[in-house]
Design a protein around this ligand. Structure first.
Ligand code: FAD
Length: 396
């Protein structure tokens, strides 16, 4: 028997054997989320995307809650207490269906719930987290403003003390889940610096008009938040943080999920291209038999599985409490950028069919344009890494 006969067979779905890194429970969680997405999202998402809506978002949220996918890596208060790797695997499977569904879960768990879990009072945690973990209440996270995106320190939304109360005024822009949220975590300038506020969305003066005419993340609710003198009790402020450190640490957690999620969109596009290359014939043979197509597929597979390996590595560091924000920037920068490249190359392999919604490729590619920009643009993550490498701050 030759040495190679003892080796496990080559698996096109896992050419590096990365699954060997996973425990049986990790695989079970991954399969559960994959099956849910195959049943509840994949048959419908092209239609949602075409119509620019996410109907049944409240039912989807409850089902995701029942799966344990909301606030998945948080502990207590009805949260699943999963590992960072398990949370990442769920993000990958959800984004393989659509970035909009992964965004719903990221904003709920890694932004809104994470902010309350990490910086909230015991009363805030008890009031909101169990219902958010169950998907009964949807949350949103308001940081970006019409005139202040990459530079949130300059935000204009402000909160003023009025007796024991706070009064919030300002506008937030591009807020995922905004119009369907029952609670908004809103960041605002105060005399003490930037503070976070837990805002019930039925508060007088709060409104969240939906943003339409998007060509990306169409199966996702994106909204403006208008805060017109919203009066909140003194207890609405997140007591445990002051300054930009608050929102930035939430973003770091959400970006970590994107490192995995982007590879889900890339995997779906790669699989569509591979399948197509095997069956589509031109010049009397499958196009996958041409060297130029094989070069594309090989390069896509290399970037896809390098990206997944990187996500695993960062997940293990997060589970060990050793993941630095610069390392998250490294992962987000690489994986989203490479995921878009994989989608674009997949699109070429599908030829004209590549632009059709019958295939997932173009939908993923346009979704990833948002993913490239939100949670820190490519340039912001280059600046984070550039600063860490040189010790020189080039942000301003
Ligand atoms: C679909 C979608 C959903 C979103 N969801 C949310 C959400 O839930 N909550 C939320 O708070 N925000 C959300 N955002 C907003 C997102 O985080 C911002 O769009 C992002 O931070 C960039 O801000 P901006 O669009 O204002 O771009 P800008 O900051 O105006 O940047 C424009 C360009 O200038 C570049 N640039 C800026 N400064 C520099 C510099 N110093 N050096 C080099 N280049 C620079 C940027 O990299 C970018 O290429 C969402 C966005 C989208 C598209």
């Amino acid at each position: 028997m030759s040495a190679s006969a003892k080796l496990p067979p080559f698996d096109a779905a896992d050419p590096l054997g990365i699954d060997d890194l996973l425990e049986p429970e990790d695989l079970a969680i991954r399969d559960t989320v994959r099956d849910w997405a195959a049943d509840r999202v994949l048959p419908y998402v092209a239609d949602w995307y075409e119509k620019g809506e996410l109907p049944g978002i409240r039912d989807l949220a409850r089902e995701l809650g029942a799966l344990g996918a909301l606030g998945m890596s948080l502990t207590g208060y009805g949260c699943a207490g999963a590992s960072a790797v398990q949370y990442g695997l769920a993000c990958l499977e959800l984004e393989a269906a659509d970035s909009g569904i992964r965004s719903l879960v990221s904003v709920q768990g890694s932004l809104a719930m994470y902010a309350i879990h990490r910086f909230g009072s015991e009363e805030q945690k008890r009031q909101w987290l169990p219902r958010m973990a169950a998907g009964e209440v949807i949350g949103c996270f308001g940081l970006t403003e019409p005139d202040h995106g990459s530079d949130p320190a300059s935000m204009r939304t402000h909160a003023k003390r009025d007796g024991d109360d706070w009064v919030l005024s300002g506008r937030k822009m591009w807020i995922t889940n905004g119009s369907v949220a029952g609670v908004a975590v809103v960041w605002a300038q105060t005399e003490e610096g930037i503070r976070g506020f837990v805002v019930p969305t039925d508060s007088p003066g709060f409104s969240a008009p939906e943003i339409k005419h998007k060509w990306s993340l169409r199966a996702s609710v994106t909204s403006e938040l208008v805060l017109d003198g919203v009066r909140l009790p003194g207890s609405a402020v997140l007591p445990e943080v002051t300054g930009l450190r608050g929102p930035l640490s939430c973003l770091s957690h959400a970006r970590y999920g994107i490192v995995w999620g982007a590879m889900g969109a890339a995997r779906s596009s790669f699989e569509a291209a591979l399948d197509y290359a095997r069956s589509r014939e031109q010049f009397g043979r499958p196009i996958g038999g041409f060297q130029l197509t094989q070069a594309k597929l090989a390069d896509m597979a290399v970037e896809l599985h390098k990206g997944i390996l990187l996500a695993h590595h960062l997940g293990r560091r997060m589970d060990a409490g050793r993941l630095r924000p610069e390392q998250v920037s490294f992962g987000k920068l690489n994986n989203v950028r490479e995921a878009i490249e994989i989608c674009r190359t997949a699109r070429t392999i599908l030829g004209a069919n590549g632009i059709s919604l019958e295939y997932p490729v173009m939908r993923h590619a346009t979704n990833l344009e948002s993913v490239l920009t939100y949670e820190g643009t490519v340039e912001m993550h280059q600046l984070v890494l550039g600063k860490a490498l040189t010790g020189l701050d080039a942000f301003r």
